[in-house]
Design a protein around this ligand. Structure first.
Ligand SMILES: [Zn+2]
Length: 239
């Protein structure tokens, strides 16, 4: 039996995922008459986490729609800022350590471990803790268990940060979280943290904070200029 043929076109933002022949005008694709549109879109390389509206002959459909012969499909990208089913909390894969520290610097709840626990464990954690899975791994983003997910489009941490902030609009509370472990910071007196400080630090600074989870001590100082710049830019653009 002849396979049904549809035409399918992808928004420009999604061209990074699809084969070259799918990057221009809508083009013909053979389907099997039983697979859902969501499956068809994924099989062409696009994680559904990156997809916004799906239109069939101009009308919005769910990813479960089974495309039929002759239908014209338009696949749109998600809209910024993207609505989530709950607060914007994140889980980052092992390759996104710098982005994890920057999100924590801004007070965004960000889980990250610098060892690879595997896709199945990451997806389960996303579901259990209701965290948005951020990754550049499309296979991971296709996992059905994910609470929510987002592809990280850039290799560069400053672009990655802007991408995530503009996409999910998390609430910002700079200098409230431990960049090492994601724990909450609490103010600490110099005498309380004295034994953990080097001599020069103790002399120069008075404002300290300590992580409630891992006891890491933080203080405001000249070496923070680079971090201050990251915080100021984020607040200016996204607060
Ligand atoms: Zn900590």
């Amino acid at each position: 039996m002849e396979k049904p043929e549809i035409t399918i076109g992808f928004a420009a933002e999604l061209h990074v995922f699809v084969p070259a022949r799918q990057r221009g005008e809508a083009s013909a694709v053979q389907v099997d008459g039983v697979s859902s549109l969501g499956h068809v879109v994924e099989s062409l390389g696009v994680p559904l986490t990156e997809v916004g509206e799906l239109l069939v002959d101009g009308a919005a459909v769910r990813p479960g729609h089974v495309p039929a012969a002759g239908q014209e499909i338009e696949v749109r990208a998600f809209q910024r800022p993207q609505q989530l089913p709950g607060p914007a909390r994140f889980l980052l894969d092992v390759h996104l350590g710098t982005l994890a520290r920057r999100l924590r610097l801004l007070g965004v709840d960000t889980a990250y471990e610098n060892l690879d626990i595997g896709d199945a464990a990451l997806a389960a954690r996303s579901a259990a803790e209701q965290r948005v899975m951020l990754s550049r791994d499309r296979g991971l983003l296709r996992r059905r268990e994910l609470w929510a997910g987002g592809y990280v489009y850039s290799h560069r941490p400053d672009e990655q940060l802007r991408d995530v902030l503009s996409r999910f609009a998390p609430a910002l509370a700079p200098w409230t979280r431990c960049t090492a472990c994601n724990g909450m910071l609490r103010p600490a007196t110099k005498s309380a943290v004295q034994e953990r400080l080097e001599d020069g630090t103790e002399r120069s600074y008075d404002a300290f904070a300590q992580c409630g989870d891992c006891d890491q001590v933080y203080w405001r100082g000249a070496h923070h200029a680079r971090l201050d710049a990251i915080v100021e830019e984020a607040l200016r653009e996204y607060a």
